[in-house]
Ligand binder design. Structure first.
Ligand SMILES: [Zn+2]
Length: 188
């Protein structure tokens, strides 16, 4: 089970029509693919819940220290847009695994600095495996991350350009075609 991001705005004083207009302003900036809209149910990017708070309808993963999974730029963009657009509102951000949803303004800098320093590397497990310093991506000139493997083979991934290679048990490098997965590399 993954942890989903929860973004809410309390103390907002907005009417339903104003929230609807704000929904389209939000999706036009952030991209509608990041929201869970449902035309049949008249569900927009933003809704008002039973407590009267505005909620963001999304299915994106949470991002924070210890769970570097969700797209922080998108989350930050949504929260900043809501803070800017609803001056008296209290924008809160957290994960659906807990009821602790602090004010976005109180954790923004810490999360942002964590993202600037580590990005998504801790979640992707790059730190668990030993990168091979002798093998670097020719395009990015950076060492491939060792993301695991199996059967004596090591899967190496460049998080700069997405290139994938496999180092087999004999030390021979096999290139994985763009868009292909590591699994089944023997037949590639
Ligand atoms: Zn690369």
């Amino acid at each position: 089970m993954g942890v989903d991001a929860v973004i809410t705005v309390s103390n907002h004083n907005l009417k339903e029509l104003e929230v609807r207009k704000l929904s389209s302003a939000l999706t036009s900036r952030i991209g509608k693919e990041n929201f869970w809209m449902d035309r049949a149910k008249d569900q927009h990017a933003l809704s008002i819940n039973e407590d009267g708070d505005i909620i963001v309808n999304t299915f994106m993963r949470y991002y924070g220290p210890g769970y570097e999974r969700g797209d922080w730029l998108i989350i930050r963009g949504i929260c900043e847009f809501l803070e800017h657009s609803i001056p008296f509102g209290q924008v809160r951000y957290g994960g659906d695994s807990s009821d602790h949803h602090p004010l976005f303004s109180s954790i923004k800098n810490e999360n942002n600095n964590h993202w600037l320093k580590y990005g998504y590397e801790p979640y992707r497990g790059y730190t668990l495996h030993k990168d091979n310093p002798d093998i670097e991506c020719g395009f990015c000139k950076k060492v491939y991350h060792d993301i695991g493997g199996g059967g004596g083979a090591t899967f190496l991934h460049c998080d700069g350009c997405g290139d994938k290679i496999v180092l087999d048990r004999e030390g021979i490098i096999h290139n994985i075609a763009e868009g292909k997965d590591f699994f089944g590399w023997q037949n590639a």
